[in-house]
Design a protein around this ligand. Structure first.
Ligand SMILES: Cc1cc2nc3c(=O)[nH]c(=O)nc-3n(C[C@H](O)[C@H](O)[C@H](O)COP(=O)(O)OP(=O)(O)OC[C@H]3O[C@@H](n4cnc5c(N)ncnc54)[C@H](O)[C@@H]3O)c2cc1C
Length: 484
């Protein structure tokens, strides 16, 4: 017999997880189906992580409207999910008179009393490493940065706590109709639902076509990045935006919530699955970053990476009810600011579901998520308390990020749990520091194998075919042999 749900969500990116969390406030049986082994494996894992403030919304567009709506959700996210973006503020940098006119438009859009246009001297006081060729900056104190992994996981964990089921390794292949029900096909199992939300990111257009719906041809554009070591912390304290071009917000320089510095992204035509970096693309990012911060220390790079944007010709989000299956909603073209807009998108999807006949009855009680402590961020008093409660807090597993055994255990048992090495990295930053795992990947695999009770061949880096180790090459015969 097919398992039946009120709502099935396809895709465990930030948008699918935000929708799951939003709907988990109501009396509904909800399932999220994700093709990969974890949440946050698509677009949501490789982006700039900026929670763009109101100054940067695009008036007159769906994405602008949902961006604006989303901003009012963040206080609720802080309260219910214990997730707190780092409010850094932002400077948008003008190098000429045209740029300066653009800064004035930002002030008109944002309408923040405390946002202002600053002279070069005032700007350099705030950011001494900024180029001295600037003519002015627009200072917006509200812009923030957030870990896209942690935001997605907070939504997912909050949804799971309130009853949403997650099935991984479940790629949706197509749909059928049985009366008013939609049958969702995956290779392992078929499911029945009254309503289905297609939030499959780069694959959502393909899925929309499978259901018989037409969407405009969309293109994919890569954005490449440099990530600097924490040694560079303080290089810039605020997000530095250039004036955007006709294609994107441009190459910016930003602190991350964890204390690294990020430069990027460029905007380069690419295939949907090509997350490689190129020397040409990285040179473009280098030039863009150096325009803002001439002494940008590229020698402190610890990681380069790329993310992919799904862009429709109108450069707007396309969220619509299927013409073939009432009860099926497609979300296409969710590019920037999709991370910021995700709770606004979730609320809007809820409204579309109501229009299609879903009744949303609020639950009597909602379980609030409490974020697990991050040892690295705790002061010494808190660290001592944690170690006194459980000695696993005193066992450092990753030196660069000071991740403890207690955190590894938590990441493996939380819901949804980490089942791959990348899943651990996204949850607790193990292997995300300066050495990028070259030290901790020596002992972390055996810890994970023991805790999950799996064999060496079952340890995966990211997806199903990413075995970290293929077998033993040598057998240890006598570890205590004394030298002659
Ligand atoms: C370079 C870049 C920079 C950006 N910077 C910012 C920023 O600073 N601020 C901001 O607000 N936004 C930013 N964005 C936009 C933001 O990252 C995206 O809008 C957002 O992550 C999209 O999330 P999603 O859930 O729609 O897609 P995804 O994260 O891709 O999630 C879709 C999920 O669906 C799954 N899936 C696919 N096919 C199937 C299937 N058949 N069955 C089951 N599951 C399936 C995928 O595995 C994936 O996990 C940026 C984007 C890029 C590319």
């Amino acid at each position: 017999m097919k398992k039946a749900y009120d709502v099935i969500i396809i895709g465990g990116g930030v948008v699918g997880c935000a929708i799951a969390w939003f709907l988990s406030h109501f009396d509904l049986k909800i399932l999220l189906l994700e093709r990969e082994l974890d949440v946050c494996c698509g677009i949501s894992k490789a982006n700039t992580g900026i929670i763009h403030s109101r100054s940067y919304l695009t008036p007159g567009t769906v994405k602008g409207e949902l961006h604006q709506r989303a901003l009012s959700w963040f206080p609720k996210i802080e309260k219910e999910l214990d997730f707190h973006p780092s409010v850094t503020g932002a400077l948008t940098v003008a190098f000429n008179q045209d740029d300066l006119n653009y800064l004035k438009s930002l002030k008109n859009i944002g309408k923040y009393d405390d946002a202002e246009i600053l002279s070069p001297q005032e700007s350099l006081l705030l950011e001494p490493n900024l180029s001295d060729r600037i003519v002015a900056t627009y200072y917006d104190p509200r812009a923030a940065v957030a870990s896209p992994f942690r935001l997605t996981l907070a939504f997912a964990e909050g949804a799971a706590l309130n009853g949403v089921e997650f099935h991984f390794d479940s790629s949706v292949e197509g749909f059928d109709h049985q009366g008013k029900k939609i049958i969702v096909h995956t290779p392992n199992e078929n499911y029945e639902a009254s309503y289905v939300v297609n939030a499959a990111g780069l694959s959502s257009a393909k899925i929309a076509k499978k259901s018989g719906d037409q969407i405009p041809v969309f293109s994919t554009f890569k954005g490449e990045y440099f990530l600097l070591d924490k040694e560079s912390q303080g290089l810039v304290k605020k997000i530095l935006y250039p004036v955007p071009n006709s294609l994107s917000k441009g190459i910016l320089v930003s602190p991350t919530p964890e204390g690294n510095i990020l430069a990027g992204p460029n905007f380069e035509s690419s295939c949907a699955d090509d997350t490689s970096t190129t020397s040409q693309g990285l040179n473009e990012v280098r030039a863009g970053a150096q325009k803002l911060v001439p002494r940008f220390p590229f020698n402190q790079t610890i990681q380069i990476f790329a993310g992919i944007r799904p862009t429709l010709p109108e450069r707007d989000f396309l969220i619509f009810v299927s013409k073939k299956h009432p009860g099926l909603i497609h979300l296409c073209g969710i590019e920037s600011p999709g991370l910021t807009a995700s709770p606004g998108i979730a609320e809007y999807v809820g409204e579309l579901l109501i229009q299609q006949g879903l009744s949303l009855k609020e639950k009597d009680q909602i379980i609030f998520r409490k974020a697990f402590p991050v040892f690295h961020d705790c002061d010494w008093k808190k660290r001592e308390e944690l170690i006194a409660q459980d000695p696993d807090w005193g066992q450092i597993v990753c030196r660069c990020e000071e991740v403890t055994l207690a955190e590894v255990k938590y990441a493996l048992r939380m819901n949804p749990p980490a089942r791959t090495m990348d899943g651990l990295k996204r949850r607790i930053r193990v292997t995300a520091g300066r050495c990028q795992g070259s030290f901790c990947q020596m002992h972390l695999p055996s810890i994970v194998m023991n805790l999950l009770n799996i064999g060496i061949q079952d340890l995966l880096k990211s997806d199903k075919n990413s075995n970290l180790l293929v077998g033993k090459t040598k057998k240890v015969v006598n570890t205590h042999a004394t030298p002659h």
